[in-house]
Design a protein around this ligand. Structure first.
Ligand code: NAD
Length: 320
């Protein structure tokens, strides 16, 4: 297939673009480099540098079999203090993409949605049938886009899949996580091992979990990329399918830090800080629907392997 990857210079998009090329697809990456890196675009892809809002019509006019839409603003804290950036950057931009796809007859869409669409869960593991009550603007904008996709699929025959990722981690060979503003636990802990940060903060050790720290679901970025390939194959015209993607196994903050200590050999000092408002105790995905419908299963669920891949990537960047 000939595929457009928006946000393909970012973390998840660049790994997916690489995986699509490895599987024989023709890939064009569209990215404005607002948070991405030109050197993350895989060499087998054609790179168009530009903002979706400005160039999407002319790009799609050349004809594509599908779009994988990763481009977004995705910092939860920032979304609360600068909501316009998120409603414009996520919702308005995605509507422009949907309209351009309709105009040029692009038949398939795979969209990066998020666990943040659910908010505080009533039950874990979280299934797709769980209520969607986002507790931050970022999650609200992603949910709004999901709603828009549902109606475009029904009205215009788009074959669409939204993938709601839990915590993405690890690296795919030379492509990994390089956010200028890092908020994700594993890269933050690895920054301590590299000497770029003195210590890691643990937000509360009095949560109702086994060791008192929050539990999250970490999915290897290569497993996530594989779910995108399967979604392209299984997308059905006129339908919008939604799948949660996680390992289905939770790891506590302390377990993650201990694993990083083992993998790096660094003592990684940690300090206990107060709980953060809005942090649920446990967030774990049920990915049963993705397993049943797409035949997807995580092949790299082991936390040590996820951390090792992230560490090898981080160290190689350090030495480069
Ligand atoms: N990383 C995670 O743990 C995680 C979890 C859940 C969902 N997601 C979603 O997955 C997607 C990818 O996340 P990521 O961590 O790779 O983020 P990222 O910031 O590394 O990548 C996003 C890319 O989109 C580009 N971009 C943003 N706005 C654009 C625009 N208007 N036009 C063209 N390019 C634009 C950026 O330059 C960047 O390269 C996002 O939609 C994010 O919300 C990520």
């Amino acid at each position: 297939m000939k595929l457009l990857v928006t946000g393909g210079a970012g973390y998840v998009g660049s790994v997916c673009a690489a995986r699509l090329i490895e599987s024989g697809h023709e890939v064009v990456v569209l990215d404005d480099l607002s948070t991405g890196h030109a050197d993350a675009v895989p060499s087998g892809a054609r790179f168009v540098e530009g903002d979706i809002n400005e160039v999407i019509g002319s790009v799609l006019a050349e004809g594509f079999d599908g779009v994988l839409h990763f481009a977004a603003k995705s910092l939860v804290g920032e979304s609360m203090v600068d909501p316009a950036k998120y409603w414009q950057g996520n919702v308005v931009t995605s509507l422009r993409l949907l309209d351009a796809m309709r105009e040029h007859g692009t038949p398939r869409l795979v969209f990066s949605s998020t666990a943040a669409t659910y908010g505080e869960p009533e039950e874990v593991p979280i299934a797709e049938s769980a209520p969607t009550r986002p507790t931050n603007t970022y999650g609200a904008t992603k949910l709004a886009i999901d709603h828009a996709i549902t109606s475009y699929a029904a009205a215009h025959g788009l074959a669409a899949v939204s993938l709601r990722y839990f915590n993405v981690a690890g690296a795919h060979g030379p492509v990994g996580e390089r956010h200028a503003v890092e908020t994700h636990l594993i890269p933050l802990v690895l920054q301590v091992a590299l000497g770029q940060r003195e210590q890691i903060q643990i937000y509360g050790e009095d949560w109702p979990t086994e060791d008192g720290t929050c539990v999250r679901d970490y999915i290897h970025v290569t497993d996530l990329a594989d779910a995108h390939l399967l979604s392209l194959e299984h997308a059905v015209a006129g339908e919008h399918r939604i799948y949660n993607l996680g390992n289905g196994t939770g790891f506590s903050v302390k377990q993650v830090i201990d694993t990083c200590r083992e993998v790096t050999g660094h003592p990684i000092p940690a300090v206990i800080a107060p709980r953060r408002a809005g942090d649920p105790a446990v967030l774990v995905a049920s990915s049963e629907r993705a397993r049943t419908d797409l035949g997807w299963k995580p092949e790299r669920a082991d936390l040590t392997g996820i951390v090792r891949d992230a560490w090898e990537f981080t160290r190689s960047r350090q030495e480069a």
